[in-house]
Ligand binder design. Structure first.
Ligand code: LLP
Length: 383
């Protein structure tokens, strides 16, 4: 809930802006640590979800590592207090300069996604006189039951090394003296709310580990990626995700070998609910059958509804009406897909009302664009 005094202040501010509630971020991090610590699990925060400076600082101070997918993210992690031995670098298309940056900073691992990448990292590390820590990102061909654009662990997806390639990979690694194989990495997708896919991934890892042990390969750590979903429908009631249930699945189904560490790469679950996108109603347009609430934020600030048909809860913060109506809440961008939600039940809405698009802390600001030459929306912190 946003405090009425805060809303009064917001009425004087230019919209749209992101509102980050650092108190909720702190509570979420505390719960994440409380639930992972008893098992000795280690969490790398997926920087791609939200790379805001204050957010990164809070997360690094809490002792989490960083999961990065670009040289810029690696640099941002280093600049915000993450130590290099706590940085994993994934991504199907790492450029040479990004590999060099990682090597220069002796990051924990490159999560490698293809045979060709293994060859390139070996060559660059050799030329630099360095050893690269690597984890093999395997595509486990496990269904994630989520939107197809955020499914990553199926054979048809571009991510990871296919299981049938593994014998060749083992041979390749024998001839790669500048690579230090540390871990096994998987990530099946994002916004996963049903625990079965995670259970299936655990079972798949157990089989894989048996195969690797037969090849005399042992991993220091297993990295199971991220993907834990949040409750977009009830972001206030379920503000903090059920980390207990999530970590419990891995504890129950994953067979860790002696001394082996388990790593996670959570993004959305850490930051989604601490963020609201605050926007103002510009016009209410009455169609023949529909009412449109046209707001001043759009797909340029939050592209998730347009890209993944995602539904974020929307609250009218200022209407005092007891009557409610159905509105299509749309942005100002010249695209029909610039629509936050269709037929959303809201109290009677008028020009000037303030609205909060909830759960915009993950994959909101980081995916913003300046389409239609719109400037980047500012961030307001609550702490
Ligand atoms: N690890 C890897 C290798 C990943 O590819 C991702 C997300 C994560 C960890 C973090 O996943 P999370 O815990 O946040 O689910 N823009 C989309 C989500 C894309 C996720 C990409 N990879 C969205 O707005 O739903």
């Amino acid at each position: 809930m946003i405090d009425p005094k805060e809303i009064e202040t917001y009425q004087k501010l230019q919209t749209p802006f992101y509102r980050y509630d650092l108190r909720l971020l702190k509570a979420t991090i505390d719960e994440l640590i409380a639930q992972s610590k008893p098992f000795g699990y280690h969490v790398h925060y997926a920087v791609k979800a939200n790379a805001d400076s204050r957010v990164l600082e809070m997360i690094s101070k809490a002792g989490l590592g960083a999961d990065c997918v670009s040289g810029q993210e690696v640099q941002a992690a280093l600049d915000h207090g993450f130590t290099s031995e706590n940085i994993a670098f994934a991504g199907v298309g790492k450029s040479d300069w990004e590999i060099e940056l990682g090597l220069n900073n002796d990051i924990f691992t490159f999560n490698v996604e293809s045979q060709e990448e293994i060859k390139v990292i070996q060559e660059i590390a050799h030329n630099m006189g360095k050893t690269a820590g690597i984890a093999l990102r395997i595509n486990p061909d496990v269904k994630a039951n989520t939107h197809k654009y955020i499914t990553t662990g199926l054979e048809e997806n571009k991510f990871g090394i296919n299981m049938w390639e593994l014998p060749d990979v083992v041979e390749l690694l024998k001839n790669s003296p500048n690579l230090n194989l540390k871990g096994l990495h998987l990530h099946i997708g994002s916004q996963i709310t049903d625990m079965d896919p995670f259970k299936n991934m655990c079972l798949r890892i157990n089989e894989m580990q048996n195969w690797f042990i037969d090849q005399q390969i042992r991993f220091d750590h297993i990295n199971v990626g991220g993907g834990l979903g949040i409750d977009y429908g009830n972001p206030t009631e379920n503000a903090v995700p059920d980390f207990k249930k999530y970590f419990g699945i891995f504890n129950e189904f994953l067979e860790l070998r002696p001394g082996q560490q388990l790593h996670f790469e959570l993004g959305r679950a850490v930051v989604a609910n601490m963020g609201d996108l605050i926007t103002r109603v510009l016009y209410v347009k009455h169609g023949l059958k529909k009412k449109f609430a046209i707001v001043d934020a759009g797909m340029t600030e939050l592209i998730r509804p347009a890209l993944y048909q995602a539904v974020h809860k929307i609250e009218n913060l200022t209407s005092s009406s007891d009557e409610s109506f159905k509105y299509d809440v749309v942005g100002p961008i010249c695209e029909s897909s610039d629509c936050f939600g269709k037929e959303m039940t809201l109290p009677e809405t008028n020009r000037g009302d303030l609205m909060a698009v909830k759960s915009a802390g993950a994959y909101g600001e980081v995916m913003a664009s300046n389409y239609n030459l719109r400037p980047k929306a500012p961030v307001i912190y609550v702490d």
